[in-house]
Design a protein around this ligand. Sequence first.
Ligand code: NAD
Length: 510
Amino acid sequence: MNIATKTVNVVQETASILEKLGVAKSLYTGGDMASYSPVTGEQVASLKTDSAADAAAKIEKAEAAFRAWRLVPAPKRGELVRLLGEELRAHKADLGRLVSIEAGKITSEGLGEVQEMIDICDFAVGLSRQLYGLTIATERPGHRMMETWHPLGVIGVISAFNFPVAVWSWNTALALVCGNAVVWKPSEKTPLTALASQAILEKALARFGDAPEGLSQVLIGDRAIGEVLVDHPKVALVSATGSTRMGRDVGPRLAKRFARAILELGGNNGGIVCPSADLDMALRAIAFGAMGTAGQRCTTLRRLFVHESVYDALVPRLKKAYQSVSVGNPLESTALVGPLVDKPAFDGMQKALSEAKAHGGTITGGERVDLGHANSYYVKPALVEMPKQAGPVTEETFAPILYVMKYSDFDAAVADHNAVGAGLSSSIFTLDLQEAERFLSPDGSDCGIANVNIGTSGAEIGGAFGGEKETGGGRESGSDAWKAYMRRATNTINYSKALPLAQGVSFDIE
Ligand code: NAD
């Protein structure tokens, strides 16, 4: 079912949301960088980009802000993030709508993304009173040893188009309570939601009162501006979210100057459906994981291994779901699948499908859906039955393509599951305790996220988020991910009247 566009005016609506959120008009009109909505393909704004010199000046300003902010007690820093959470609650509808306009997400996902920002703020407020260090037993009498966590510096955030605001909030909420300043380079495909998020933070800063100026700033531009952030000696950590190609460039550049990196890169996420699986549950989880966000989540389900004994019970139902899923304008309908971000995404999808066909794949769906806008790219999600894992199956194509393969042996299925470069998210559907536990064990899934009877996408903020291998190894969001945003000092204090040396070393000078 395709849901046609009615009479949405994305240009007008974008301007009115930005105005309502308090974004200065000069930032998004009359500039040199065009911004488009994938919903209709229309240009919605033209932004002024930052030059390399502008970017360097903003980084310097952020560093000065950091020097003051690091001395503010952490629970007080948490108060700023609490206010940010309040402002996000108040502006959830507008920001969520802007996410839908700019990234093409369906309404509930646009709002869900803002909810994720609110959730991480709540988490970070609690964290602001829990930046604990350990007290460690020492081998020397009259001594105490402990760890202290200190603010790190300027945190650079580079983000991808598909989570245009949540990723910034994961980093920023934590970075701020940890005593850091933030400079954000959003995707050139989604700069407006960045300006809107910054405007919302500025409301919180105004209420907070005496935070240093320049604590959070946005850089507008393409990868060249991202590179300024990566190479600047005053940026202590760069948290970069995007393709593995981007990470291959950013990682070594950061390593060269010994800066810290959180790399959150591409995924090629797999699921295994075992003989005992609850197929109704698996069907829903697979459908959301593979078709949701039009296949444009880093955690989108892209490879499915189905046991031969349940293949014929599951795959025809799945195909039916693919044929009947509603594709349409996310702003004006109840469609479940919105547009691809742009033409290169559409071309990439078609290329992968023709390669899959050449490798013996049988395709259901995948064709373009015409909603009457020449420059918007809606597609039917594609399900491709593959004789084996080969060709495009081993790479991430950032589009709704699910490759389905039959398996007979559990160990071989796990081995195939792990035999790709990326290592972000994974799932197993089984009611067999041994299979579930083996999937989570050291020789099970090799991903940063391994789920049982849940799909690969839709993580909560409480857990650490990230993946292994070509996904980059970074962790953000919950658990102890905050430690990446602070520097650790080990302190040993001698309160005795002697000077015993560690390991019994003697060094008597008199
Ligand atoms: P992209 O790599 O094209 O761009 C991401 C960001 O990196 C943009 O802001 C871009 O300007 C910047 N950039 C690109 N090259 C750079 C360089 N050499 N130096 C500095 N900055 C550079 O990715 P995209 O198309 O926006 O997003 C889709 C990709 O992101 C997918 O591969 C997806 O899996 C991945 N992603 C990963 C996660 C995760 O948490 N692991 C989350 C979201 C998206």
